[in-house]
Design a protein around this ligand. Structure first.
Ligand code: ADP
Length: 446
């Protein structure tokens, strides 16, 4: 390892014992993955009727799994399987060993359950320590945790990770924005964790009450749990004077801590010693060519309570080529622009909210708050995009507003290839969320 890695934003991570596996030689990692895959497959075959059935159907037994390369012999697990086995059907440990239950936020239907043994909580803590360390945090940082505490995994996941890192954690949870801002300021907070959309709301409110976040000690944002674009990152970094890092996770796998950006801010390193990633064609389930877009599929290698074999995340991404500037050897995935079930189809065209976000952030004068409403009249779909504009512009001449509206409609049309109706609305007229933003309202009754 070169000495240059011993300084700079990654120095803290480099020397944090929890992060040592971030830099492990690939061959050593593969051996560890192979060993762990064999263990987890035996575990689910012996303890989970669902997996034994699925493996029997495919004619696969644990002895067929000799290395990590055999992972594609294993069955996929779908979100619907988790719902069918609701609540405890996929547990691979007796209840007596299960010390925590969580449930997904239910963005796309009935919640699903996640279970943890004490060992699983330790794994979770480990990957969250590595997540924060990768964002350049260490002892001495004051972390305001504005992810929701409760059934949602964000709050407690980030909490225990930041504590184990040695940072000072303030468990504010989401909401009560004025109090969040007071604490941010009075406690000299250096890092905040929440959804990017909620942080934008915090920034708006701070400006409204006369606080410029750029003048506070805050220097890092650890944002995730929902899709956000590179343009949104730049906007946040500029408005708040911080570095904004993307983190990724999902309840089915563990919660936050599946992948995280490092100082390179170019893709998320997957904690592959615990979560084995594949990227497949969502239609055929076959691996996509190296570097191509596809659905992220994850196998948990170390979980005890509720291991997942080849879980179909429905999140669309790609493996990034090349090595990371931070020296981490873990594979990187491109930031997740969308989940496959985020997509809506209008007049035969597939559209993702993130494409609209990208287009509107290219145009000056708008705020990064928007909402998309889909309607259908006499069989024809319409897309209405409401976008907030800056207070100066809102009070400006009508012609300036009209001009902006046209530029936005054009920018969106160029990006998604369909005409949309754009309405400019005053600041604060679109509902804010304390957690995940709801970008699309579908009134089409499909
Ligand atoms: P739900 O599926 O109900 O939203 P979760 O809270 O478990 O439940 O959310 C996990 C999902 O959130 C992921 O599958 C992904 O779609 C989204 N997500 C999490 N982190 C990110 C991120 N950094 N970028 C984009 N999407 C993310």
């Amino acid at each position: 390892m070169s000495d240059s890695r011993a300084s700079g934003p990654d120095a803290a991570a480099r020397f944090h014992p929890a992060s040592s596996l971030d830099y492990v030689p690939r061959e050593q990692l593969r051996r560890l993955q192979s060993q762990r895959l064999k263990e987890v497959v035996s575990r689910v075959y012996d303890h989970v009727a669902f997996y034994r059935r699925r493996m029997d159907q495919l004619g696969v037994t644990p002895s067929d799994i000799r290395s990590i390369d055999d992972v594609d012999k294993l069955p996929f697990t779908l979100k619907s399987d988790l719902r069918d086995e609701y609540p405890f059907g996929l547990f691979a440990a007796p209840l007596g060993q299960i010390v925590r239950l969580h449930a997904s936020s239910g963005t796309t239907g009935k919640p699903i359950v996640a279970a943890y043994t004490q060992h699983d909580l330790d794994v979770w803590k480990n990957v969250m320590v590595r997540t924060f360390a990768a964002a350049g945090l260490s002892e001495g940082d004051i972390v305001q945790n504005s992810y929701g505490y409760g059934l949602f995994t964000g709050g407690l996941g980030a909490h225990y990770g930041a504590e184990a890192l040695g940072a000072t954690v303030i468990p504010t949870s989401g909401g009560n924005t004025d109090r969040q801002i007071m604490i941010l300021k009075d406690f000299g907070v250096t890092a905040i964790c929440c959804t990017p959309s909620y942080f934008l709301h915090v920034l708006d409110r701070a400006a409204e009450i006369g606080i410029d976040v750029r003048h506070l000690p805050l220097r890092v944002g650890v944002f995730g749990a929902e899709p956000w674009t590179e343009a949104m990152r730049r906007r946040i970094e500029e408005l708040a004077g911080i570095k904004a890092y993307d983190i990724y996770g999902l309840t089915e796998i563990i919660g936050p801590g599946v992948g995280a950006e490092c100082s390179g801010q170019n893709g998320l390193h997957i904690f592959e010693d615990h979560f084995y990633p594949e990227i497949v064609d969502p239609e055929t389930g076959r691996p996509v060519p190296e570097g191509a877009d596809g659905e992220l599929v994850i196998t948990t290698l170390t979980k005890q309570a509720m291991p997942m074999l080849r879980y179909r995340s429905r999140d669309i991404t790609a493996f990034l080529p090349g090595s990371s500037p931070s020296g981490r050897t873990l594979r990187r995935i491109r930031r997740i622009f969308h989940r496959s079930d985020d997509m809506f189809i209008v007049r035969g065209v597939n559209v993702f909210p993130s494409q609209i976000e990208e287009a509107l952030l290219r145009v000056e004068g708008t705020l990064p708050h928007y909402q998309i409403t889909l309607t259908r009249q006499r069989g024809l779909d319409d897309v209405d995009v409401q976008i907030e504009v800056t207070p100066e512009l809102f009070s400006d001449r009508v012609s300036a507003m009209e001009n902006l509206q046209q530029r936005l409609a054009k920018a969106i049309e160029q990006t998604v290839n369909i005409r949309v109706n754009v309405s400019l609305v005053e600041p604060h007229s679109i509902a804010r969320s304390e957690g995940k933003a709801r970008r699309v309202i579908d009134k089409r009754d499909l």
